[in-house]
Ligand binder design. Structure first.
Ligand SMILES: Cc1cc2nc3c(=O)[nH]c(=O)nc-3n(C[C@H](O)[C@H](O)[C@H](O)COP(=O)(O)OP(=O)(O)OC[C@H]3O[C@@H](n4cnc5c(N)ncnc54)[C@H](O)[C@@H]3O)c2cc1C
Length: 406
């Protein structure tokens, strides 16, 4: 059988290697970029966090996360790592379950996948963008950007999502599947940097802090996270911010509350500030939080309370002091947006999953059509969960199982 796979990213390559393994099929793999796995090279800051041993359904989001269960059960991290091991990849698992290549280089992952694609029954066509797909009684007919038509009896769409635009993210997969009769939910960027009011934050650019974060909407808690926050000229970034970003991107008028001293009790902080004032009465307010927070962060908190940085410490009122302590524990930043699909690592939303059989990933609308990876309405948390989904769904789709059958 001729199998066409659109997209040589994570899920497409996993699907191609699986589909070709029996030797019974001829696999045509199309990639619009000049080389395969370009996005993969950028993952995990160039280290590729390829899976997470603590994969559970709760780490996934979408209209129906249960849709992801059969693929993740058929190909849990252990099975995915077996697949990579047969390709010759050594991996290492960190304490939090994140899996990386032993070399610490994302290109090792892409390299072994390239080895896996190097078989007589896989035809790889790079720099070939599939611009349209049609199905008739004879099968699928794909047209590329040069007008060439490619025929196949089965089609796997593994075009990825809209996130990471500069690395190959785009709308192509959604458009192709829609043209074949499928539907798409609204798309949002996720695992993305947040834009906030910048008046005070801009001067913090480049600072990293360990903080607890809460995201609220009209006072109600939407999401919480703890970890590193990076201040940028437009707002905030970093792993803890990424964790909240899906909730922030899908709602409006949210407020991010930063607890800059999450492991410290307010009374303790207040008493150390009182000691500082009595011991060093010659200091100014700009140094009130020196030694406690990053200097620039400390000055931001003092300024945010409306206290002049040149105010002598003994001139601070009790009200100002308690307000400063309160702001250290709850610094509110109004979220004004996010860095969009360009800055996002994953797309929230996608092709409606109830139109596919979760046991096979075959379309319920178009016989012989399969989809895998980010193009579907499933996205994961930060930590290797998105690639885990891409491999698991790619490996399942590549088995080309018939719904309700073999
Ligand atoms: C900067 C960044 C860092 C990330 N880090 C991590 C991480 O460490 N861990 C993790 O789990 N996830 C990470 N992700 C998310 C992860 O990379 C994606 O979720 C995953 O790659 C999705 O796999 P996919 O196969 O669905 O799509 P992709 O890997 O994006 O592959 C889709 C491929 O299809 C090609 N394509 C699209 N349309 C067409 C067409 N019409 N014709 C031909 N080819 C086409 C694209 O060029 C692309 O190569 C990161 C994402 C980004 C952007």
């Amino acid at each position: 059988m001729r199998i066409a796979i659109i997209g040589a990213g994570a899920s497409g390559m996993a699907a191609a290697i699986t589909a070709a393994a029996s030797g019974r099929h001829q696999v045509l793999l199309f990639e619009r970029q000049a080389r395969v796995g370009r996005k993969l090279l950028a993952t995990g800051n160039g280290r590729c966090n390829l899976s997470n041993r603590q994969t559970r359904l709760e780490r996934y989001h979408g209209t129906s996360t249960a849709f992801a269960a059969p693929a993740l059960e058929a190909f849990p991290p252990e099975k995915v790592l077996d697949f990579f091991s047969t390709l010759g990849l050594y991996t290492v698992t960190e304490a939090d379950g994140r899996v990386y290549p032993y070399s610490d280089q994302a290109n090792s992952v892409v390299d072994v996948l390239r080895f896996g694609l190097n078989r007589r029954n896989i035809e790889l066509h790079t720099a070939t963008e599939i611009v349209s797909a049609r199905r008739d009684s004879e099968g699928f007919h794909l047209r590329d950007q040069s007008g060439t038509v490619w025929d196949a009896e089965r089609l796997i769409v593994a075009c990825g999502g809209a996130a990471g635009t500069k690395l190959g993210g785009g709308l192509s997969g959604y458009q192709l599947l829609r043209s074949l009769g499928h539907h798409c939910t609204k798309l949002y960027p996720s695992l993305v940097q947040l834009r906030t009011e910048t008046e005070l934050v801009r001067a913090m650019k480049g600072i990293r802090a360990n903080a607890s974060l809460r995201l609220t909407l009209h006072g109600s808690l939407l999401a919480a996270a703890k970890g590193e926050v990076q201040f940028t000229e437009y707002g905030v970034s970093g792993p803890a911010v990424f964790e909240l970003s899906r909730a922030a991107a899908t709602a409006e008028d949210t407020v991010l509350h930063l607890d800059l001293l999450p492991d410290c009790r307010e009374e303790e902080l207040l008493s150390s500030l009182c000691i500082r004032i009595s011991r060093f009465p010659g200091l100014l307010a700009e140094d009130l939080l020196t030694g406690i927070l990053h200097n620039r962060l400390g000055r931001m908190v003092v300024k945010a309370c409306g206290v002049g940085l040149n105010t002598p410490l003994p001139a601070l009122s009790w009200k100002e002091l308690t307000e400063i302590v309160k702001l250290c524990r709850d610094f509110p930043l109004r979220v004004t947006g996010n860095q969009g699909m360009d800055g996002a690592q994953v797309t929230a939303g996608g092709i409606v999953t109830k139109e596919f059989d979760p046991e096979t990933l075959q379309s319920r609308i178009v016989p012989g059509l399969y989809a895998a990876g980010e193009v579907l309405d499933i996205d994961g948390d930060c930590g290797g969960f998105n690639l885990q989904w891409a491999w698991a769904s790619g490996l399942l789709a590549g088995q080309l199982k018939q719904t309700g059958g073999k």
